[in-house]
Write a protein that binds this ligand. Structure first.
Ligand code: NAP
Length: 281
């Protein structure tokens, strides 16, 4: 199967490429420097040249707080940029797998969000990601899968575990938010699931996130323990840690559509720790 990956140098993009190679495919991996998804003509030319069966769109503006002050720039990538990818894929007979986010929800539900739940983003980033979902569905009405995932972390990018490991090595105490709940998802697991999905992608929205859920506080405590660090992690509330963008207080994702199930987030964390230890050795 021919797979084209956009945003291929990103945290998830790298793991999708690796999973594609591991599954015996020859991916065409295009980083932002090779393909800017906001350039419609370039996207069409790249897709026409690669003649893929599947396009996995990992390109995105992912600076959640930065999107509040730069909405137009965030929207260009996450909205029309995503639409460009899906339109070009559809025009060349390829299926689009587009990656979206738990931040399309308002987080006011108290039970896991499933695919048919009403969306209601509370941040500029969430609104831009939702616009991307709409543009992908419009551009490739019969040939798209929108995969929403949550709280990604991986060896190939800046992520929460890396930040906690760095801070916990420098400080005796860390205050971490305990009133936001989500599913910390290892990009190694999500990348492999996306490549599996590429074999028989279902039409529409799919929730694919790690099993289990926790708060940032519980996640941080587990990271500190896994890193063998001596640092006290203390719970704080969201209003004690002001940020530009609002985050959904609850964004646990589950599937009512039989999406591939991923391993528990603790297993993802342990794989992440071994991968980063190997890379540092
Ligand atoms: N991170 C999370 O917690 C999380 C949670 C749920 C869903 N997601 C979604 O998962 C997907 C992958 O995110 P990630 O965590 O892997 O983020 P990431 O590491 O920031 O990767 C995104 C990649 O897209 C590239 N990019 C930005 N603008 C582009 C453009 N105009 N054209 C082409 N490429 C462009 C970035 O390049 P530069 O680095 O050069 O800008 C980066 O390599 C995104 O759709 C994101 O919304 C992420």
């Amino acid at each position: 199967m021919r797979i084209l990956i956009t945003g291929a140098a990103g945290m998830l993009g790298q793991d999708v490429c690796e999973a594609a190679w591991a599954a015996g495919h020859e991916p065409t991996a295009l980083a932002r420097s090779e393909l800017d998804v906001t350039d419609d003509g370039a996207v069409h030319a790249a897709v026409a040249k690669a003649r893929p069966d599947i396009v996995v769109n990992c390109a995105a503006w992912t600076n959640v707080d930065g999107a509040e002050g730069s909405y137009d720039a965030a929207l260009a990538v996450n909205g029309p940029g995503a639409g460009n990818v899906a339109r070009a894929a559809d025009a060349s007979g390829a299926w689009t797998i587009h990656v979206s986010s738990d931040y399309v929800f308002d987080g006011l539900k108290l039970t896991p969000y499933v695919e048919s739940d009403a969306v209601g983003p509370i941040s500029a980033y969430g609104r831009a990601k939702l616009q991307g979902e709409l543009e992908v569905a419009q551009a490739a009405p019969a040939s798209h899968t929108i995969v929403r995932s949550s709280w990604l972390f991986g060896a190939g990018g800046s992520c929460f575990p890396k930040t906690i490991l760095r801070l916990a090595a420098e400080r005796d105490q860390l205050d971490v938010i305990s009133d936001q709940l989500g599913c910390p998802t290892f990009t190694g697991h999500l990348g492999a699931a996306l490549v599996t999905l590429a074999g028989a992608p279902p039409l529409g929205v799919l929730h694919v996130a790690a099993a289990g859920d926790c708060s940032w506080f519980a996640f941080a405590r587990e990271i500190v323990t896994a890193g063998g660090l001596e640092c006290e992690v203390r719970p704080i509330s969201t209003d004690q840690y002001p940020a530009a963008a609002a985050r959904p207080p609850y964004s646990v994702l589950r599937s009512e559509r039989g999406a591939p199930s991923l391993p528990h987030w603790r297993q993802g964390l342990h794989q992440f720790m071994s991968q980063t230890a190997r890379a540092a050795a």
